[in-house]
Design a protein around this ligand. Structure first.
Ligand code: NAD
Length: 258
């Protein structure tokens, strides 16, 4: 009989993380959820203390062996820039780094899927000093830079840094047998996006983003992709960033390859 897979998901109380949880549990996996509310582990990933509580809580709950980690917790551009960077980048990276030992401890094909965004390529300034400071692991400098950044730029920069983190860590994690990839969602119907749609300053912009497939994403659309990325079917996919945006990035930047 196949062993039950154990998967840690942050941000599992809502949106993409919640849909992924339902998808995996429906297939018989055990999910350990982390969120500020309504999950097995309550922790605020914006602080070092909260990150330690998240990692410690998951480690204890899984008995030191994990099959996958999916850090979905995040906040959107309606939040202060410092919080965006603290949660979306430093909280996600601390979760992965803190749980590496459990990922390398006995799973057949351990995997990490991080959540980037297609805002990375369509937001001017996203690839600047703030993303660099995140990549350098300097949270103090990054939060200082974030304080001067528009939240939309801070959001996109945090997601640029996620994509770069995946590429930078591919060599070392590959040597450990742990695959790491990211997805870059476009606009998905979740409470995070709804905050943007409810804000008169961003509503028109969000609604004007062209989507070749003609609709916004549903959380299940990405749950299926992440389910595949952590499965044996994706056993040779490593260090990749996959746009899951109905074709928006390709439409806006048709010649941006490689
Ligand atoms: P959501 O608001 O529905 O869910 C996010 C979850 O993260 C919530 O349950 C929230 O409580 C949790 N969270 C927020 N701050 C936290 C903290 N400090 N500590 C612990 N948990 C915290 O949003 P979503 O749309 O499902 O977003 C999931 C991920 O997808 C985020 O990283 C987001 O940036 C990314 N994303 C979303 C979209 C979209 O259009 N919805 C597009 C691109 C990327």
């Amino acid at each position: 009989m196949a062993r039950t897979r154990t998967i840690a998901i942050t941000g599992a109380a809502s949106g993409l993380g919640k849909a992924l949880r339902a998808r995996l549990e429906g297939a018989g996996a055990r999910v350990i959820g982390v969120d500020v509310h309504s999950c097995e582990i309550s922790a605020d990933l914006s602080s070092e203390r909260g990150r330690a509580a998240a990692v410690g809580g998951v480690f204890t709950a899984c008995g030191g062996v994990l099959d996958a980690v999916v850090p979905c917790a995040g906040v959107g551009p309606q939040h202060p820039s410092e919080r965006i960077v603290a949660v979306n980048y430093f909280g996600a990276v601390a979760t992965v780094e803190g749980l590496l030992e459990a990922l390398g401890a006995g799973s057949d094909g351990p995997a990490v899927v991080m959540i980037s965004s297609n805002s990375t390529t369509m937001t001017p300034g996203a690839s600047g000093a703030l993303a660099d400071a995140c990549g350098a692991g300097d949270e103090v400098a990054a939060l200082a830079l974030a304080g001067d950044a528009h939240p939309a730029v801070a959001y996109a920069a945090s997601k640029v840094a996620i994509g770069r983190y995946v590429r930078r860590r591919a060599a070392d994690l590959g040597a450990l047998g742990v695959r790491i990839n990211s997805v870059a969602p476009g606009a998905f119907d979740t409470p995070l996006l709804q905050q943007g749609l409810d804000d008169p300053a961003t509503k028109d912009l969000i609604e004007s983003i062209p989507i070749p497939l003609g609709r916004r994403g549903k959380p299940d659309d990405i749950a299926d992709v992440i389910d595949w990325l952590i499965s044996d079917g994706a056993r040779y996919v490593h260090g990749a960033n996959l746009f899951v945006d109905g074709g928006t990035d390709a439409l806006l930047f048709p010649n941006r390859f490689p």
